[in-house]
Design a protein around this ligand. Structure first.
Ligand code: ADP
Length: 261
């Protein structure tokens, strides 16, 4: 079949198609840039603890091992840096799993009331060991939602973990959950250090930290909230942040009660 090429070039649909293609390429470039920035960041983040570990091992081998006290101090640092590497690798794997379309299709029945209670029971001793009180006000009869149960758990763990990490001893963390209209509302509220206004819009970016040194000191990887954002999206939900420096922070997750897929 022969078509007239001149006629085709003037076909309005074809012109529209070209515009769409140009937009696609811009989007592909943007995604490529994001990916390569991520690889650069990951390499840098992995290199820091590795450099520290190999430095201390070398110093030990060069003679420091003869002093028992120094050896123990260095081994402690090596242990801390190794744990950091493990956390980083775990978080990177979790992020890539959440971004994988196939695992996104896994849906379980989630009973939010039970899961929230379960997570609170695990986190309470951790909070208490830092002299932080964890209050839970969770409606145990929340409606069932459908999604990946492990990720739902991870979402709550990350928010509570941050609340505890960024709240000084003597403070309080509250986990609240209830149903409103056709949504489940989950609130994690703390009386911690708060977040400056200028940083709020960038919080969910990978490796974004308000205070890098502080995050490092409390064992942060900078990926916790990026993971939270992706999990909330996988549940078709939304997340909001309210914070006041020196007073505390409140994260609100809104998840629609969906039908079984
Ligand atoms: P990190 O591993 O550094 O905690 P996250 O992605 O979990 O990384 O959080 C990003 C940054 O947001 C943190 O470094 C911290 O500065 C800030 N942040 C997150 N949650 C809180 C909170 N509850 N209170 C104060 N700051 C917080």
């Amino acid at each position: 079949i022969h078509t007239n090429p001149i006629q085709l070039d003037h076909d309005p649909i074809r012109t529209l198609g070209t515009v769409a293609l140009i937009e696609d390429i811009t989007e592909i470039r943007r995604l490529e840039k994001m990916r390569s920035d991520f690889v650069t960041n990951v390499s840098h983040e992995l290199k820091t603890p590795l450099t520290s570990i190999s430095g201390f091992v070398e110093t030990l081998k060069a003679g420091a091992v003869e002093d028992e006290e120094v050896t123990m101090r260095f081994l402690d640092i090596i242990e801390i840096e190794t744990d950091r590497l493990k956390r980083l690798i775990n978080d990177i794997l979790t992020l890539s799993e959440i971004e994988n379309i196939e695992t996104n299709l896994i849906t379980h029945e989630i009973f939010p009331g039970d899961t929230l209670k379960e997570v609170a029971d695990v986190i309470t001793p951790i909070a208490n060991s830092k002299e932080i009180e964890l209050h839970t006000e969770v409606d145990l009869n929340l409606p069932t939602i459908y999604g990946n149960r492990d990720w739902f758990k991870q979402l709550i763990i990350n928010l509570l973990d941050n609340a505890i990490k960024y709240t000084p001893p003597g403070g309080k963390v509250r986990l609240i959950a209830y149903k409103k209209y056709n949504n489940i509302i989950i609130i994690v509220k703390d009386t911690g250090i708060g977040i400056p206004k200028k940083d709020i819009s960038r919080l969910f970016e990978r490796f974004y930290r308000v205070d890098k040194a502080r995050s490092r000191k409390v064992g942060g990887t900078g990926l916790g909230l990026a993971i939270v954002k992706h999990i909330v999206l996988s549940l078709n939900g939304r997340i909001k942040v309210n914070s006041e420096e020196g007073k505390g922070t409140e994260f609100t997750v809104i998840i629609p009660v969906n039908k079984e897929i």
